[in-house]
Design a protein around this ligand. Structure first.
Ligand code: ARG
Length: 579
């Protein structure tokens, strides 16, 4: 909609269809950014090949017949046959005005509304949330927000690990501690301590092992008291996860819990349906499926184990039940699995089996939104000083206190009452942005100084750009909404550069969403701040020569600030008005 290229693409397509009706299939009509003009179209090269003419001649013909009055002030043939476009300033102004008055700031809504299910975070009950869970949680949250922003219906699911053999030892340990003490330990977040003690006893004491095994049998058999104790573990852990989610400022709540245990009743049906689909085989006493195309190191077919030799079900069985539930009960056409790279093969096998069984077919699809690791400065997995995995809450608290120290130094005039809140927004924002701004498929190095820096591609830099604009409006002293009625004038080169970028917001959001890659939105916002800064340095705003010019520039400031705030919000990051 507000991207000026949209109209150009339409007009070029019409013209090409009229001039070369037989040569249009699959032709590249994309409008690309260019160093020498506002944008560039490469269609002539493709066409020339198809019709056997020189690209430059084809390009000249197109330019002569293209109707772009009111859209482009110039269309020129360059190089081997590029069409170089320069947009009309008034046209840019109209689009900016429209974006400023659109509740979505120009981001167009999905033409077909989908039900998007996002499976993310997924910590394990009675186990600490580590920095590894940060990635799934913040990437998933950004995908939730972006999907909602374009009008999709979103279902959040937190597929917590709340079932399986470890619960035998965990419940026995809980009994040893006494319910009240155990609950206290878990709810204050000493999940690691709890888990490790249970594990130690299990390893050291054969009688405890016996009790744990017997307890698993009781749990699986649905013994009332055992289930009650298991519920206690789940409830206390989930209460703790909630405090972490609130600290992080993500949308997940305990209502989104849909743990592995939720599928227990459906597991026999999975086996039955696989059998009916003729996919089930017996291998070493276990019931398995051999999905085509998967082999182990010795090139032997790799089984997906559905039911173990002892009759127990598997992680995979649950995930198959999960696909059935998401497709058949929830009608989720797009399922995003925000899960680490190591589970790539597992998820791919699930997808293959669900497809073979006929449960997963278009328009239903699942996508593995995978991600790399968080590394320490030694480029190994991030560890605490004593060599443990880093506890997520501790990391978040440290971020906030570091941010607090830095604003105490940078903005001593900020009232103390506001400072705590601003420090929270900056500290949490910095951690999330450092994660989101890196291409998710890569590992990244966790670096406090870099992520909290007010320079470079960081949250504080973007937040600061936003806060600076808010301060201009405070100094102006009138209501910001007034400038939304203003049709800006685009004249200065830095105004144009900013305007062109503001109009790319729609594409940036869609691009990040369609590739499930929030870092692309980060890159956009960073470039926006850079262009805004250049504009601000060259074009006086409050000191502009005329009232009209001041209001026009204020309109650009307003839209820049709103896109920054909106974009950051899509990433789950808050924007203080003062910092
Ligand atoms: N709880 C699992 C883990 O910690 C992740 C679950 C991911 N989601 C899924 N549907 N398998 O590894």
């Amino acid at each position: 909609m507000p991207d000026p290229a949209t109209v150009v693409v339409e007009r070029v397509a019409e013209l090409v269809a009229r001039l070369y009706p037989a040569a249009t299939d699959g032709l590249d009509l994309a409008v690309r950014p260019s160093e020498h003009a506002d944008a560039q179209v490469n269609v002539a090269m493709g066409l020339a090949k198809r019709v056997g003419r020189k690209p430059r001649d084809v390009a000249e013909d197109l330019v002569a017949q293209l109707h772009l009055a009111g859209v482009c002030s110039a269309v020129e043939v360059a190089g081997p046959g590029f069409l170089n476009l320069t947009y009309e300033n008034d046209y840019l102004a109209e689009l900016l005005h429209a974006a400023a008055n659109d509740p979505h700031l120009g981001v167009h809504q999905a033409t077909t509304t989908e039900t998007v299910l996002i499976d993310y975070s997924a910590p394990n009950v009675a186990k600490e949330m580590h920095v590894g869970h940060l990635r799934s949680t913040v990437i998933g949250d950004a995908l939730v927000r972006m999907s909602e922003a374009v009008g999709h219906r979103v279902i959040r699911e937190n597929h917590v690990g709340d079932w399986g053999t470890p619960f035998g030892m965990l419940i026995e340990h809980l009994i040893d501690l006494g319910e009240v003490d155990a609950a206290r330990e878990l709810s204050v977040g000493d999940l690691d301590g709890f888990y490790k003690q249970a594990r130690q006893k299990f390893e050291a004491s054969p009688p405890f092992q016996e009790r744990a095994r017997a307890r698993v049998v009781l749990l699986q058999g649905g013994d009332t008291d055992t289930i009650r104790l298991w519920r206690l573990l789940v409830a206390e852990s989930s209460r703790y996860f909630d405090t972490v989610y609130r600290k992080l400022g993500v949308r997940l709540t305990s209502d989104d819990l849909q743990g592995e245990s939720a599928y227990n009743d459906a597991l026999p049906t999975v086996v039955e349906r696989l059998r009916r689909a003729n996919l089930l085989e017996t291998s070493n006493g276990a019931e398995v499926v051999f999905p085509p195309g998967f082999t182990n190191r010795d090139n032997a077919p790799l089984p997906l184990i559905i039911r173990k030799q002892d009759g127990g079900y598997n992680y995979a069985t649950t995930d198959l039940a999960c696909v059935i539930d998401r497709v058949e009960r929830l009608g989720a056409t797009l399922m995003l699995y925000v899960v680490g790279m190591p589970q790539a093969q597992h998820l791919s096998m699930i997808e293959t089996v669900a497809t073979a069984a006929g449960w997963l077919k278009p328009p239903f699809r699942m996508v593995h939104v995978s991600f790399g690791n968080v590394l320490g400065s030694d480029r190994k997995m991030l560890k605490s000083r004593v060599g443990d995995a880093v506890k997520l809450v501790e990391l978040l608290d440290e971020a906030v206190s570091r941010a607090d120290a830095s604003i105490a130094e940078k903005s001593p005039e900020l009232p103390t009452a506001d400072r705590a809140n601003v420090a929270r927004m900056i500290g949490i924002g910095a951690v999330k942005y450092a994660d989101l701004s890196n291409d998710r498929v890569k590992d990244y190095v966790f670096d406090w100084d870099r992520m909290l820096s007010f320079d470079g591609n960081t949250a504080p830099y973007l937040q600061y750009a936003h806060a600076r604009i808010c301060s201009i409006f405070r100094r102006w002293g009138r209501s910001r909404v007034e400038v939304r009625g203003v049709m800006p004038t685009i004249a200065h080169q830095k105004e144009r550069a900013l305007a062109l970028w503001l109009l790319q917001y729609d594409s940036a959001v869609w691009d990040a969403l369609e590739r499930h890659s929030p870092h692309r939105l980060c890159t956009y916002l960073y470039e926006l701040s850079t262009r805004y800064t250049a504009f601000y340095e060259h074009c006086p705003v409050l000191k502009a020569e005329t009232d009209e010019l001041r209001e026009s520039r204020l309109a650009l400031c307003d839209l820049s600030a709103r896109i920054l705030e909106h974009g950051l919000q899509l990433l789950g990051i808050e924007s203080p008005e003062q910092m």
